[in-house]
Design a protein. Sequence first.
Length: 451
Amino acid sequence: MVAATDTSHALTPDSHARELRRAVIAATVGTTIEWYDFLLYSTMAGLVFGKLFFPHEAPLTATLNAFAIYFVGFIARPIGAFIFGHYGDRVGRKSTLIVTLVLMGVSTFLVAFLPGYNSIGVWGAVLLTILRLIQGIGVGGEWGGSVLLTMEWARHNNERGFLTSWPQFGGPAGLFLANLAVLIFSQMSGDAFLSWGWRVPFALSIILVGIGLWIRLRILETPVFRKLVAENKIERAPIVEVCKKAPGTILAGLLARTSEQGPFYIFTAFIFAYGTTTLHASRDLLLAGVLCAVCVSAITIPLSGHISDLIGRKKMYIIGCATMGVFGFIYFGLVDTGSSVLIFIAMVLSLIPHDMQYGPQAALIAESFTPRLRYSGASITYQLASITAGGPAPLIATALFAAYKSGTPIAIYILITAIISIIATACLKDYTGRDVSAEYDAGEAVRHSAP
């Protein structure tokens, strides 16, 4: 094991190990709650919001409108990254994460009380858009802090991929809770679910926020940030500085996310509209498929992060991109049969190529930035991909199907995302096993060959 530079002299090894466990739990639970809030909309967009807020539109048009509001949350995520990236590098990781959790939780809770079109007309969709915007700002600041919370408590340089994969698992775990809540309440008879049952999962988010706050208030600030404060190395304008010093790293990082994020929202959001309206699959089958896929992710995300510690971050990530490029054709080949069994199998397998990228992704991105600019650089890089990849994906998939009436063009789109990501990842530096607790130039090349 390669020891990382010690930045917490006041802590004994046992105390450091205890704080590391708390940091991993706090980051994972927090991101699970945040993504439950954010991804709950993804499921409801395909099942409910088109009918509730656009009842007089054709089904396909209503779905497109619902996904357009869904896209607003992705536009807002870089805004959150800029805002909270600044404060995360200025005032600390812990304080910033508490604010993002509250912002996200309250906005999600209020969605539960929105009136539909039949009550206040178009204003229902307007209010939904505003709350979706606030949701996106909150989640935009969450990811960077959660990843840094685990990464900067790491005791060894060759464990960062595994440790940062746990807050990454918060995404699928939040998806699991969101779909489980929808599955439970969708069992309601008649039109009860469309009338008021869909609101309950949003209202329940306030309980999860309370749990998350209790956990996050008990953790300590990371040793790396405390060292920055002690050495008076806090950057006055971290956002400006990282954009000046590492624009190429930011661009390569966000493009590397293309084949991870775009297909993820096709497999977990678009499939609900596609499955229920085109394949005539049952809502419960689709929900169960996503739930089982997330159970697989509980293994494949941390496993992929761990493998990246062994073979190198870039190598593991590129393998995941290549797998995704091929899998799109397998996925739509299975679901387009209309067979319930094959649809279910496709959905259960769908997150594996995603997880092969998502597991090492946090370390790959965060390691590329020096500590004093890390929250800003990592957050901006990660969240800008929400505009270029995640947000447009369901819209592109819906438009491709509307034009060609087949899943094959969508599979070709997924292949294109994989090619983009492979090229972009090849342009990034690999810091696997290197000491990243001390200051170094953002985006600088590794002085030694990567493992």
